[in-house]
Design a protein around this ligand. Structure first.
Ligand code: UDP
Ligand code: MG
Length: 313
C-alpha cells in the first residue's frame, strides 16, 4: 500500500452515477492544484443505479481513488462513517458527491488546517439551496430546538468539513450506532474555524432525502444529544400534580359542604388531557428505550459488500 496521503477526501454516494465522473474530474482539478498527496474515498451507499460500476472503472484508472460498496442503503451518516474509517490521510475532508459543497472552498479550508493550525474547519451555510418547503420548515424548527435541548448550535452546519487525524481518532472512540456526524463533530470540540459558503445546485441526479428520512435524522439527532425530552415528561407530571392537588382539595371541600360536583365536563376534559400526556410521555420514553435497544444489540454499523484496492484495517 502506498504511504499515507496528506489529505483524504470522503464522499458518500447514493445514485450519483449520472454525473459522478464529471463531478470527480472537477474535484480532482481543485485537489491537483493544491500540490499535496491526496486520496479519494468513495462510499457507495447501496445505490440502485450504475454508481458502483462507474466507481470501479474510475478506480482502475486512478490509483488515488478507492471505493467501498455497502451491502445495502445504510443512510448517509453510516456511509460517511464507513468512509471515515477507511480514510488514511493526516487530514480528512468530508463533502457531498453532488458538488453542492463547492470544491472551490477546499484550498481555503486546507490552508486553515495546515497553515493556521485549526483542527476542525467547517463550512457553514450562509444560504440554503432551493429546497422543498417542508425541508426548509423542518430546518427552521430543528436547529433552534436542537440548540435549546443539547446546548450545541448547529445552525448552518453542514457535512462539509475538514478534520485533523487527531479529531478523527477521538471521533472513532464514539462508538454509537446512531451516528449524527454534525452533532458529534460539535461535541468533540478542538480548535475550530468556520468558513462561510453558499450551497450550490445539485450537479445532477436527485436528492436522496425524503421528508420521512429527514424527520428520522432530526429525532435521532435530538435523542442522541439530549435527554431533556425525558425531563420534560417529569416536569409535565409535576405541573399536573400541583393541578391535581388544587382540584382535589376543591372537590373535597365541596363534598364536605354537601355540594357534590355535578360537572361531567371537568371529568371528561381532565381524562382527555391526562390521557394524552401519559401517552406522549410513554412515547418519549419509548424513543429513548429503542435507542438503548439499538445500541445494546451491538450490531455492526454497516456491512461492506465490495471494495477496490486493499482494505484498511
Ligand atoms: N447520500 C447517501 N445516502 C443517503 C442519502 C444521501 O450516501 O441515504 C449522499 C448523496 O449521494 C450525497 C450526499 O449524501 O453525496 C448528500 O445527499 P443529498 O444530495 O441527497 O442531500 P441534500 O443535498 O438534498 O441534502
Ligand atoms: Mg445534495
Amino acid at each position: 500500500m502506498s504511504p499515507a496521503p496528506t489529505l483524504s477526501v470522503v464522499l458518500p454516494c447514493l445514485n450519483e452515477g449520472a454525473h459522478l465522473e464529471r463531478s470527480l474530474a472537477t474535484l480532482s482539478g481543485v485537489l491537483d492544484a493544491l500540490a499535496l498527496e491526496y486520496e479519494l474515498v468513495l462510499v457507495d451507499d447501496g445505490s440502485s443505479d450504475d454508481t458502483w460500476e462507474v466507481l470501479v472503472r474510475l478506480a482502475r484508472a486512478n490509483p488515488r481513488l478507492r471505493a467501498v460498496r455497502l451491502s445495502r442503503r445504510f443512510g448517509k451518516e453510516l456511509a460517511l462513517t464507513a468512509g471515515l474509517e477507511q480514510a488514511r490521510g493526516a487530514g480528512v475532508l468530508v463533502m457531498d458527491a453532488d458538488l453542492q459543497h463547492p470544491p472551490a472552498l477546499i484550498p481555503e479550508m486546507v490552508r486553515a488546517w495546515r497553515d493556521e493550525g485549526f483542527e476542525v474547519v467547517e463550512a457553514v451555510k450562509t444560504r440554503r439551496a432551493e429546497e422543498p418547503l417542508l425541508a426548509r420548515l423542518g430546518a427552521k424548527l430543528f436547529y433552534p430546538a436542537f440548540r435549546r435541548l443539547s446546548g450545541f448550535d448547529l445552525e448552518g452546519a453542514s457535512d462539509f468539513k475538514l478534520v485533523d487525524r487527531r479529531v478523527l481518532a477521538a471521533w472513532a472512540q464514539m462508538g454509537e450506532r446512531n451516528v449524527f456526524f454534525r452533532g458529534m463533530s460539535a461535541w468533540l470540540g478542538f480548535r475550530r474555524k468556520a468558513v462561510p459558503f453558499e450551497v450550490a445546485p445539485r450537479a445532477g441526479g436527485r436528492s436522496g432525502w425524503s421528508p420521512w428520512r429527514l424527520l428520522r435524522l432530526a429525532v435521532n439527532g435530538i435523542t442522541a444529544f439530549s435527554s431533556a425530552p425525558l425531563q420534560l415528561v417529569t416536569a409535565m407530571g409535576l405541573v399536573f400534580l400541583l393541578f391535581a392537588v388544587g382540584v382535589g382539595l376543591q372537590t373535597l371541600y365541596n363534598w364536605f359542604c354537601g355540594r357534590a360536583a355535578t360537572g361531567f365536563t371537568t371529568v371528561i376534559v381532565l381524562v382527555l388531557i391526562v390521557g394524552s400526556c401519559i401517552m406522549i410521555g410513554l412515547g418519549v420514553i419509548g424513543l429513548y428505550l429503542s435507542r438503548i435497544y439499538e445500541e445494546v444489540k451491538g450490531r455492526p454499523r454497516y456491512v461492506v459488500r465490495d471494495q477496490t484496492g486493499p482494505r484498511v484495517p
